[in-house]
Design a protein around this ligand. Structure first.
Ligand code: 9J3
Length: 300
């Protein structure tokens, strides 16, 4: 995507005046009251995405790729994303690209072992958070001085989602948001989570059924902290993965726009503290989006 910053000489007077008006509104603080268009957050964001994978080695996970918004100066929040059972970065990397295009530094990791359990994945996620913080100070890091170290979020698929919830249950104070998608962990209790948690689920998930996983996970979260349960109608276990057509017996639909937009809004509100996104999350959902959900519940 090309980004233009210079003033176009062909620009009409009226559009210049419009730009001036926007600047005036911004400086008078009225932009904060403006509602954000959630649909736009489901498309690619305004930033060009760059990435690197030459990172200091850590014990808790193997390879990783750090995606970041190349043409954003600084002030990035960080997000760590973990894959599921026998998955690799490629299964979840679209989150790196999508979230970085909206302004975040996103570390997409491989686990040490493809079969690592959710508790190991929780430790990997927190080690990723620590790595993002150290990238802010490490000599030679492309992100030196650009990361806001106390703005950190974690995400993960399936066992990585179970790991996300386990990590949030132990380390909410170190986090600003948690976004497990089609999480897997039987008999779990996440009642110590206080970090705002967006839970993405698939109605017809046969690997981590909502009845045994995502739904009871949500119910153990305390209503005292913001939480949302978003169940995709006709969605399977891979509904929020890079490629959604992964479960041969159970064809899937593509709702990257919907889950991508809600995740970005969740980060904008709870990680960046931008109240202008609150309505995009908790306000009336457009009917065309609501119809794509089989279940939707939240406490604000
Ligand atoms: O991470 C996942 O996709 C969980 C899959 C699963 O069924 O694990 C059972 C061993």
């Amino acid at each position: 995507m090309e980004t233009r910053r210079s003033i176009n000489p062909g620009k009409s007077l009226s559009s210049l005046l419009t730009s001036l008006l926007v600047i005036v509104l911004f400086s008078s603080g009225q932009l904060a009251a403006q509602e954000q268009d959630r649909e736009a957050l489901g498309r690619r964001g305004p930033y060009q995405v760059a990435y690197y994978s030459q990172l200091p080695p850590v014990a808790e996970f193997s390879a990783a790729t750090l995606y970041f918004p190349a043409n954003k100066g600084d002030d990035f929040g960080g997000v760590v994303v973990a894959p599921g059972f026998i998955e690799r970065q490629e299964n979840i990397q679209w989150w790196g690209d999508h979230l970085a295009s909206h302004g975040y530094a996103v570390l997409v990791i491989d686990t040490n072992e493809p079969r690592d359990n959710p508790a190991i994945r929780a430790e990997a996620l927190m080690a990723g958070v620590n790595l993002l913080r150290t990238e802010n100070t490490r000599m030679g890091s492309s992100l030196r001085g650009k990361i806001i170290e106390d703005r950190m979020a974690i995400m993960g698929h399936s066992m990585g989602g179970g790991g996300t919830l386990l990590a949030a249950n132990e380390h909410s104070a170190e986090l600003k948001a948690a976004i497990p998608f089609t999480p897997w962990l039987p008999d779990a209790d996440f009642s110590s989570v206080t970090v705002p948690t967006l839970l993405i689920a698939g109605e017809i998930d046969r690997i981590a059924s909502v009845a045994d996983h995502a739904r009871p996970h949500y119910e153990t979260l305390t209503a005292a902290s913001p939480r949302m349960y978003m169940e995709i109608k006709g969605g399977n276990h891979f509904i929020a993965n890079s490629m959604t057509e992964n479960e041969g017996l159970n064809p899937n639909i593509d709702v990257h726009d919907l889950v991508g937009s809600m995740a970005v809004a969740w980060l904008k509100l709870f990680m960046d503290g931008d109240e202008s996104y609150r309505d995009a999350i908790f306000g009336d959902m457009p009917v065309t989006d609501r119809e794509r959900l089989s279940d939707w519940e939240f406490s604000e």
